[in-house]
Design a protein around this ligand. Structure first.
Ligand code: UDP
Length: 236
């Protein structure tokens, strides 16, 4: 598997073409950390490798449970081989517990258990600060068809149903998470990007300790130790 040209560099990953195979991409996980639309930046040695490892475990778990993902195989500590997809520019956020931007926007009490749970769409555009959008905005802007939006919602809910008990068994509360999806060459929708403590919030079930990127967002520190704790628990 030979890495070819750099196709794209994002905040947390670099994407490379694969020599001789147009259908695949190599995702390289970076140590960089960004928050608040990249206004806050840092780096944590080993973070990329941990997110690669954690995402791999989660993608495999989801595949076993009928969610198709872009994951193909692990190539190295920081490299994952994935199917090449056209990313749908919608961030799908699932919330089990109110925190973060939801609390700021609607004044809901931090930590309130949400019933029913929330599935939200955000327009993936850094210049605009990823604004929240409705289904009508998404179809008006031709980000996805209304049929595709229903598929995104159903898949996001199914991911939550699979991951909630999985993490609970590891003494982790899955508070909320962000998913990205892409279309393969046949238009089939695959879960893409990553599922890691950069894109999910995990609270320890007993102490409520935050074991995710909120440690960076709020300057708590101990990021690597927290990500290692998530890795160790889901491996155990
Ligand atoms: N999230 C993400 N990328 C983003 C925005 C949010 O991965 O660009 C994740 C975040 O880690 C959390 C969930 O989506 O698990 C909901 O985030 P929220 O809208 O509360 O964002 P905040 O503004 O508080 O980061």
């Amino acid at each position: 598997m030979e890495k070819s040209e750099l196709l794209y560099e994002g905040k947390a990953k670099k994407l490379f073409a694969v020599a001789g195979d147009e259908s695949k991409i190599i995702a390289e996980f970076k140590d960089d950390l960004t928050a608040f639309n990249a206004q806050k930046k840092s780096s944590e040695t080993g973070k990329g490798a941990l997110n690669n490892e954690i995402s791999t475990i989660i993608f495999k778990k989801l595949e076993e449970n009928g969610i198709e993902t872009h994951f193909v195989e692990n190539l190295s500590e920081i490299e994952m081989l994935v199917e090449r997809v056209e990313i749908i520019p919608i961030e799908v956020v699932v919330r089990n517990v109110a925190t973060g931007s939801l609390v700021k926007r609607l004044g809901i009490e931090d930590g309130k258990v949400l019933s029913p749970i929330l599935v939200e769409f955000y327009y993936k555009d850094d210049d605009l600060g990823d604004p929240i959008i409705t289904d009508d905005h998404a179809t008006m802007m031709e980000l996805a068809s209304s049929e595709e939006l229903e598929v995104l919602k159903a898949k996001a809910r199914k991911v939550n149903e699979i991951l909630l008990p999985f993490f609970k068994e590891k003494n982790l509360r899955l508070i909320d998470f962000k998913l990205e999806f892409g279309r393969d060459r046949d238009g089939k929708i695959l879960l893409a990007d990553e599922v890691s403590p950069d894109s999910c919030r995990f609270w320890d079930i007993n102490s409520g300790e935050k074991l995710d990127k909120d440690r960076f967002r709020h300057g708590i520190g101990g990021i690597k130790v927290a990500y290692e704790e998530v890795r160790n628990r889901i491996l155990g």
